[in-house]
Design a protein around this ligand. Structure first.
Ligand code: NAG
Length: 198
């Protein structure tokens, strides 16, 4: 999973990527935000904690930059640090509706829970993942940052993952979009989708 192994904080990464991306779109300077703070100060390394991460940022009046609260590669003691970025609230995208998800992703990055347990996802190298073997029991989170269509006409989502740059495509994965008879989306990505509002 690469040298830059950030597996322990993967759910935090998804929320952070959404906040960082939204902050950039809103015209603020792009700063790298602290995943470590979310891991230390919320319930730890469990999946499906996107909303918990956003709740923490709202209640805590912000999230600190990495420079103030650096990454440690393991859970640590929660401590105070100067917050950099505030969010007001978060919204959920309607479930199992990739049209609604497309509309949302065209406006800002979206944190989604996903089923990443299958080898096709874990050892993904390149191309558009079009795997029917992964299920819809979410256990991981990524940030949807874009979408597109290949030269062959295959629609895909572009997702930022947290497993480092050796897990390719440079830390991103393309996942098949609009699969017939699969409203939950490839590996369940359309079930639980959230975005922060600044
Ligand atoms: C899915 O979302 C689109 C766009 O927001 C909406 O027009 C449509 O009615 C929704 N479909 C269902 C089945 O809810």
């Amino acid at each position: 999973m690469g040298t830059n192994n950030r597996v322990f904080g993967f759910w935090a990464f998804s929320s952070i990527a959404a906040v960082e991306g939204l902050t950039k779109i809103s015209g603020n300077n792009l700063v790298s935000l602290s995943e470590q703070q979310l891991v230390d100060c919320t319930s730890g390394c469990k999946p499906g904690r996107i909303t918990e991460a956003f709740d923490y940022i709202i209640k805590h009046n912000g999230i600190s930059p990495d420079s103030e609260y650096p990454y440690q590669a393991k859970p640590g003691q929660c401590h105070n640090a100067r917050p950099a970025i505030m969010i007001k609230r978060y919204e959920m995208v309607p479930s199992n509706n990739e049209s609604a998800l497309l509309d949302a992703v065209s406006r800002h990055p979206i944190s989604v829970d996903i089923d990443a347990k299958m080898d096709s996802f874990r050892y993904y190298k390149e191309g558009v993942l079009d795997s029917r073997d992964c299920g819809t029991e979410v256990n991981h989170a990524v940030a949807l940052v874009g979408y597109g269509v290949t030269d062959d006409g295959i629609k895909y989502w572009l997702a930022k993952n947290s497993w480092g740059e050796n897990w390719d495509e440079k830390g991103y994965i393309r996942l098949r979009r609009m699969v017939d008879n699969w409203p939950e989306g490839t590996c369940g990505l359309a079930q639980y989708a959230y975005y922060p509002v600044v």
